[in-house]
Design a protein around this ligand. Structure first.
Ligand SMILES: Cc1cc2nc3c(=O)[nH]c(=O)nc-3n(C[C@H](O)[C@H](O)[C@H](O)COP(=O)(O)O)c2cc1C
Length: 182
């Protein structure tokens, strides 16, 4: 098992996947990582919808194809391989179970699952859904989720079809301030 910081640094958004299936034991570990995310008052307001059906995956893929791809120095529309991943996990949350912090809870679970997937040798990327209400509505319709729920992310998981470029982050000196802004 890799060191935690190594896993965090090494995880990259990978947009294309091989079709190789994910063994059930690995998928369960990824979902288990989501289960252990923190949530406000331990409300655990989430459902992780595991989508394997190829038609449904492709329909989800078509919805998020409109999503912008952010790469260093550019933003472009790209055809994403979400529909090709053997499994797509939709992270949904029920605001009734936690009216205050359901989105953050879903985000924590999404990141836990992305990290576990990477630690197990799989690729994923976080397709943001909560910020796009029309896409979100369509995702809920497709997956039969209540309209009152929110969908935080779609997380395709599979073996990477290419080697991603190294990650880039701002240096700590630019993002850490001591005690407060002057
Ligand atoms: C809330 C959120 C929404 C995102 N939405 C998209 C998206 O719509 N399309 C996309 O290609 N990547 C999306 N990403 C992935 C980011 O673009 C990616 O994490 C970022 O560029 C850093 O690259 P890395 O994940 O390889 O380190 C999203 C990530 C987060 C956390």
């Amino acid at each position: 098992m890799k060191d935690l910081l190594e896993v965090m640094r090494g995880r990259r958004s990978v947009l294309r996947f091989k079709a190789d299936p994910i063994p059930e034991g690995d998928l369960e570990k990824i979902l288990e990582a989501g289960r252990w995310a923190p949530s406000y008052a331990n409300a655990q307001p989430w459902k992780f919808v595991v989508v394997r059906d190829p038609e449904r995956r492709r329909a989800l893929g078509a919805l998020v194809e409109r999503i912008l791809v952010f790469r260093p120095g550019r933003v472009a529309l790209a055809a994403l391989g979400l529909g090709d991943a053997p499994v797509v996990i939709a992270v949904a949350v029920d605001p009734v179970r936690d009216p205050l912090h359901h989105l953050e809870a879903g985000a924590a679970a999404t990141q836990n699952m992305a990290l576990m997937a990477h630690a197990l040798g799989y690729a994923s990327f976080w397709a943001g859904v909560a910020g796009r209400r029309e896409v979100e509505r369509e995702v809920k319709r497709l997956l039969g989720l209540p309209r009152s729920w929110r969908v935080v992310a779609l997380l395709p998981v599979g073996k990477p079809a290419y080697e991603p470029e190294p990650g880039q982050r701002l240096p700590l000196s630019e993002i850490v301030v001591q005690e407060g802004l002057p």
